[in-house]
Design a protein around this ligand. Structure first.
Ligand SMILES: Nc1ncnc2c1ncn2[C@@H]1O[C@H](COP(=O)(O)OP(=O)(O)OP(=O)(O)O)[C@@H](O)[C@H]1O
Ligand SMILES: [Mg+2]
Length: 237
């Protein structure tokens, strides 16, 4: 794992589930690093549910559309595998007669990033989704020598999903850099519940719970408060 401060590192943005806010946290990380004068690079390792990296559903396109410094640059540079069906990568690949090869993925990833740093990697779905018949998303964290950052929902049910995800990382000898909660719903989760969820995760798992990112109205200009959990996460790691 890389542990060399906030500028020279690879962060693997993992989710407790699909749709928890990994892309939004990746976007905030990109904006955060640009604001600090770095030149971050985003990689979506395996995009499913898209015909190309330019689809409206493409996570890379979302990132490129909301980072002014990436205007005019090619989201295709950031996507290693792109698969049409909205399924776990192994099955989406199998539908197209493709076998994802983790070593090709690593090679292609290293080629794309070159000497760029920091790198924000986004997987697909949760930690234990299959990438091949016998490789799970979580194994790519180690393969790509990245630090996992765990993104979780802020509301009811998150304690269980978050603790299970941390256990899955630790079982494989990996330590999350921290947990970021996302409260994206139209009705905000009550503060007391968020506090209790953070308390439970921090005290049971002895992990840094960096904070909660609330609902963002303008992805091009998120409120300054959205970056608080990221400095909490990165400045002390
Ligand atoms: N803080 C937020 N404020 C407003 N909307 C949000 C926020 N976080 C996430 N969303 C919305 O919730 C949906 C899911 O978020 P996102 O795409 O980041 O999840 P994901 O974990 O990357 O999903 P996937 O597994 O498909 O990659 C998106 O429509 C996104 O715009
Ligand atoms: Mg995403």
């Amino acid at each position: 794992m890389q542990k060399s401060g906030s500028s020279a590192r690879r962060l693997f943005v993992m989710g407790t589930d699909t749709g928890v806010g990994k892309t939004v946290i990746s976007l905030l990380l990109m904006q955060f690093f640009y604001r600090r004068g770095h030149d971050p690079f985003y990689v979506k390792l395996i995009q499913t549910g898209c015909a190309s990296a330019y689809d409206t559903e493409s996570d890379a396109r979302f990132i490129y559309d909301h980072v002014p410094a990436l205007k005019g640059k090619d989201p295709g540079d950031s996507v290693v595998y792109c698969l049409k069906n909205p399924k776990a990568p192994y099955f989406a690949a199998r539908d197209e007669g493709v076998v994802i090869d983790p070593h090709i993925l690593k090679e292609s990833f290293e080629q794309r990033i070159g000497r760029r740093s920091p790198v924000i990697l986004e997987g697909a779905g949760g930690l234990l989704v299959p990438v091949t018949a016998d490789v799970l998303m979580i194994s790519l964290v180690e393969l790509l020598a990245a630090d996992p950052v765990l993104v979780a929902r802020a509301g009811l049910g998150t304690i269980n999903h978050t603790l299970l995800s941390i256990e899955a990382l630790r079982t494989r000898g990996m330590e999350p850099a921290g947990v970021v909660l996302v409260d994206s719903g139209k009705t905000p989760t009550p503060h007391e519940m968020i506090r209790e969820n953070m308390e439970a995760v921090a005290s049971v798992a002895k992990v840094r719970v960096a904070g909660v990112v609330g609902r963002i109205r303008d992805f091009l200009n998120p409120d300054d408060g959205c970056y608080g959990p990221l400095s909490e996460l990165l400045d002390q790691n």
